[in-house]
Design a protein around this ligand. Sequence first.
Ligand SMILES: [Cu+2]
Length: 166
Amino acid sequence: MTKLPRWAFVAVGLVVLTTLVLFVTSANGMFVLHPTVRHITIDASQFEYSPSTITVNQGDVVQIQLISDDVTHGFYLDSYGVSTAAPPGHPSSVQFVADRAGTFRFRCSHTCGPLHPFMIGQLTITPASRTNPGPFAASGVLAIAMAIGSIAWTWRSSYRLEAQDA
Ligand SMILES: [Cu+2]
């Protein structure tokens, strides 16, 4: 029976390891490397939010402070079911984890005047794997470099041993 060279086992092991590392780091939302707390202040007035478009990263802890500049306004985030309301002079806060990526509307949940139904904003939650390409890409490249380096090194060592035996 032909004995497989040692480096073949090492190579297979490293390829498996590299694949695992790449799989784990690229799995969407599986590993969020840098969850951050995002403090966002929204000014509400008849009949708009400022800012009306917000972007956060998946996994972020989002703290929203709602401030009303005139009458009582609400904040209701579609699909997340997060809601709060702020009378003028009484800011209110709500916190949630942006665990699902996508684009969601938030709307006024407190009747505030004739154009109340049109008081709408948009929250975009960017998928984790696309928001942090740096660390993901870096770990993948590092794993591949280590694999190639180790294979080359083991191959060289076994080659030397064979040369000595001859
Ligand atoms: Cu309103």
